[in-house]
Design a protein around this ligand. Structure first.
Ligand SMILES: Nc1ncnc2c1ncn2[C@@H]1O[C@H](COP(=O)(O)OP(=O)(O)OP(=O)(O)O)[C@@H](O)[C@H]1O
Ligand SMILES: [Mg+2]
Length: 392
């Protein structure tokens, strides 16, 4: 599937919840996703829900704060601060700013709010969801898509449980009304969905599979996309990999620096890389099988993914090929094409020789005739018109 088709299927959603194990590349994927959506003409808000702010480093912008700020063409961002979000929510309910400030800026109420389980999580998620419902001055949605950079697995899952819980236990009122509306959006696969990010490694893959089970089973939420991040582009094909892995001695620990021949060391390094590629392939297959979705593979960016160039590269990525090393494939294609041209040329020469032979045997004039005179080719027309000449 081409990158554009992949984006089209996400671009129609209003709210995308991006989660996965800590450090697997959620923020990097949010940035790449936002760039791809913006390229597709969507106005995107990246809402940061976690404690760290790496987005500005990735996109090369000023630090992202609580207030919505433009980051790039058609991309805005906010880093939702839980305490401020609670205050804003309170203001929407209490309506009188002075009273709201008195309530929410008191250290006693803050301590109380901190003790209310899930309140800050709901303030963050609810605010991100609210932005997906916001209208501009002309009554159009202010943003087409909100990409929510959620906290990692356990915390992210806990955050998603809150609106469901509020709907189940809270008394009817503003809080319950908003939580119900948000929950409806989150459960509607046409409006919203979860993008899970994983690495093609054992622990992250296991954690991702468990996360998806909980998302679908316990919460009944649509999982739209599995992103397998930082996939090493394979450099060995399956035969080469099998040959390298077939020799157990090559997988022994490397001798100390300076020991062994350079060739032997290089072979061992190749075998280790082949083992990594194999493990990666097994984990991608396990993820796809258990989750039942094709994994959108994002390549490992040598030198790090924390720069605008890397984010752009990832946003344009069409995914690493499964098993064939791409460069080698291109070379094989070229070799096949040259071979095909060679065979075709040989056939053409034989055919011409045969036609000329037949013509001589039948004593037919072999026109048009090509006569080489010094470095000029004279093309004699069979109809006796003025010859056309061409420089060689
Ligand atoms: N495709 C990639 N290729 C190379 N490095 C990557 C890639 N994706 C992410 N990284 C690197 O991995 C590290 C973690 O990435 P990122 O901050 O996006 O992860 P995260 O899941 O958001 O982390 P956290 O759970 O702390 O929020 C960063 O140093 C980033 O540059
Ligand atoms: Mg992050």
């Amino acid at each position: 599937m081409a990158a554009d088709e992949k984006i089209d299927s996400l671009a129609s959603r209003r709210f995308l919840f991006v989660t996965g194990k800590g450090g697997v590349g959620k923020t990097t994927v949010c940035a790449a996703l936002a760039l791809a959506l913006a390229r597709a003409g969507k106005r995107v808000l990246i809402a940061l829900g976690g404690p760290h702010e790496r987005l500005s480093a990735i996109l090369g912008t000023a630090l992202v704060g609580h207030d919505i700020q433009p980051l790039a063409e058609r991309i805005w961002a906010t880093r939702i601060a839980p305490e401020l979000a609670v205050q804003e929510y309170g203001l929407m309910i209490i309506k009188v700013r002075a009273v709201a400030r008195a309530v929410f800026e008191s250290s006693h109420t803050r301590a109380f709010f901190r003790a209310v389980p899930g309140l800050y999580d709901w303030a963050v998620l609810g605010k991100a969801w609210y932005h997906s419902t916001e209208l501009d001055g002309r009554g159009r949605p202010r943003f087409d898509v909100v990409v929510f950079d959620a906290p990692s697995t356990g915390h992210g899952l806990g955050m998603l449980r809150i609106p469901k819980l509020i709907g189940e236990i809270a008394a009817p009122g503003v809080l319950r009304r908003d939580a119900d509306r948000a929950w409806q959006t989150f459960r509607d696969p046409a409006a919203s969905g979860v993008v899970v990010v994983s690495l093609a490694e054992d622990m992250p893959a296991t954690e991702t599979i468990e996360l998806v089970r909980a998302l679908r089973g316990e919460l009944g939420l649509p999982v739209l996309r599995l992103v397998v991040n930082a996939v090493l582009p394979p450099i060995f094909d399956q035969h080469e990999r099998a040959a390298l892995l077939g020799d157990g001695a090559l997988l022994q620990p490397l001798p100390a620096a300076g020991e062994g021949s350079a060739g032997g060391r290089a072979l061992r390094a190749a075998a280790r890389r082949a083992a990594r590629e194999k493990l990666q392939q097994l984990n991608v297959e396990r993820l796809e099988r258990e989750i039942g979705l094709p994994g959108a593979r994002l390549p490992f960016v040598l030198g790090g993914a924390g720069s605008p160039e890397a984010a752009r590269l990832l946003s344009e990525s069409r995914g690493a090929k499964k098993n064939e090393p791409p460069r080698r494939q291109g070379r094989q294609d070229r070799i096949r094409f040259c071979f095909f041209l060679g065979v075709l040329g040989a056939l053409a020469v034989h055919l011409l020789a045969w036609v000329a032979g037949e013509a001589r045997a039948m004593r037919l004039p072999t026109q048009p005739r090509f006569a080489l005179r010094r470095s000029r080719t004279t093309l004699r027309s069979p109809w006796g018109k003025a010859p056309a000449t061409r420089s060689c």
